[in-house]
Write a protein that binds this ligand. Structure first.
Ligand code: ZN
Length: 444
């Protein structure tokens, strides 16, 4: 028995390289709320997870127009081609070169426009003149192109030929989910959006980390059940909630995963603020990461807003690196695979597995010899734990004996003692083996 992590990633550098290759592979796909780019991404998720000793990933195709909570499933968007030809006959921008060039959900349009009439349809970033911005127009029917500001400024007067060969048609909204059942029906929910086109940190990092996490958890014995949802942002989470009201009741906690490829770790607490998931993430960050930040919930960000709407009130927080909107590459063409660090991707998986270990191992224990300290030396538990950390482990044994009055849980003890959860759990198991402790409500 040891205090090593059960769910530990065996080779973080190798995992980081693998996850980064996934990001590069998924980067060119033209994802949006709906359509072929999302389906190809979900196909890929299915493929990666197929060999794991796990139940299959489930696909859902929800027809356009379906009422979901206060929303409706939108029309499906397909892009055939989209470009602008300048007065000199050359292509100014072309969707085929970068999918950020076209405003997401652009309605079909063909026509010849003068520069002044074209300008209202062009989007650029004057403060970042070399980058292409990411823009969408999901709920207002229009069309537009995005391009570097420097290029926009250099467009000469004259006639521009615009081709937006897209279709908005009755189709489906696609999402995927995977349920990994454990001994108990209580579920931990992990959710990642799949609706961003060529954007690496804000989107692909979350997809890569969640898929790696699912693959790893699928191979472990589990007390809790784990559910993964890969769906387009907002409307996807709303659709999942509308179709999983029963399942939502079993969600004990969860995390929205996004922007995990760069910067120090950030945790945004769930709406409840003090749920077990909030405490577990904060504890792992406090004991493992020198630089990190824990913030309170605000109803802004990713799908924690939907999961944490008052009618559901699921304890779902958001785990990220530098949060969305606060890094300069956010929602621009600079959010490319080079921004995403392999070691951050693997590090995210490792931290999340540690969070799962806390959730798995949490429980209260009872000291069976509570009158005075039991004599640990006689049982080979004191002064014999040699090697580095022997003292720390002895102290962990004393903490667990002292606090295990049936009222304090292992996480309570880990927080109060300021020691990693894995060591406290090791202490509890060691004392239980010596007949000094018994489980009150956790795993025995
Ligand atoms: Zn985004």
């Amino acid at each position: 028995m040891s205090e090593t992590l059960r769910f530990a990633v065996p080779d973080e550098p190798a995992l980081g390289a693998e996850l980064h290759a996934w990001v590069e592979h998924l980067y060119p796909l033209d994802r949006s709320l709906t359509g072929p780019g999302v389906r190809s991404t979900l196909d890929w998720i299915e493929e990666v997870l197929a060999p794991a000793e796990a139940p299959a990933v489930r696909r859902h195709e929800v027809p356009t127009g379906t009422e979901v909570l206060d929303w409706q499933v939108p029309r499906e968007w397909h892009v055939h081609q989209a470009y602008i030809i300048g007065p000199d006959g050359k292509r100014v921008v072309d969707f085929a070169e970068h999918n950020l060039h076209l405003v997401g959900y652009s309605a079909p349009f063909r026509g010849t426009l003068r520069r002044a009439d074209l300008l209202p349809h062009l989007h650029s970033l004057p403060d970042q003149p070399d980058l292409i911005p990411y823009r969408t127009s999901y709920y207002r029917e229009t069309w537009g192109f995005c391009l570097p500001h420097r290029q926009l400024e250099s467009l000469p007067d004259g006639e521009y030929q615009v081709v937006v060969d897209t279709e908005l048609l009755a189709g489906h909204l696609s999402y995927a989910e995977l349920l990994l059942p454990g001994e108990e029906p209580s579920e931990i929910l992990f959710s990642a959006h799949v609706c961003h086109p060529s954007l690496a940190n804000d989107n692909l990092s979350g997809i890569a980390v969640s898929v790696a996490l699912a693959r790893h958890l699928a191979r472990q014995p589990r007390r809790l059940s784990y559910r993964f949802v890969w769906a387009p942002g907002t409307i996807g989470a709303i659709t999942w909630l509308a179709q999983h009201r029963e399942e939502a009741r079993r969600v004990e906690g969860g995390l929205v995963l996004a922007c995990l490829g760069a910067g120090s770790w950030h945790y945004k607490r769930s709406r409840r603020g003090d749920a077990l998931i909030d405490r577990a993430v904060a504890h792992v960050l406090a004991t493992r990461c020198r630089e990190h930040q824990v913030r309170d919930f605000i109803p802004w960000g990713y799908d924690e807003r939907q999961y944490g709407s008052p009618g559901f009130d699921l304890a779902v927080g958001q785990f990220s690196g530098t949060p969305h909107g606060t890094f300069p590459e956010y929602h621009t063409s600079a959010d490319a695979p080079a921004l995403v660090r392999p070691e951050r991707l693997a590090g995210a998986v490792a931290r999340l597995l540690e969070v799962c270990e806390v959730l798995e191992g949490e429980g209260r224990w009872l000291n069976l010899a509570p009158h005075g300290e039991p004599q640990l030396g006689r049982r080979g538990l004191y002064g014999s734990l040699g090697g580095a950390g022997g003292r720390d482990r002895e102290l962990a044994l004393l903490w667990v004996l002292n606090q295990s009055d049936g009222g304090h849980s292992l996480l309570d003890i880990a927080e109060r003692a300021g020691v990693p959860f894995a060591r406290v759990r090791w202490a509890a198991e060691t004392l239980a083996e010596a007949g000094l402790l018994r489980s009150v409500d956790g795993p025995s």
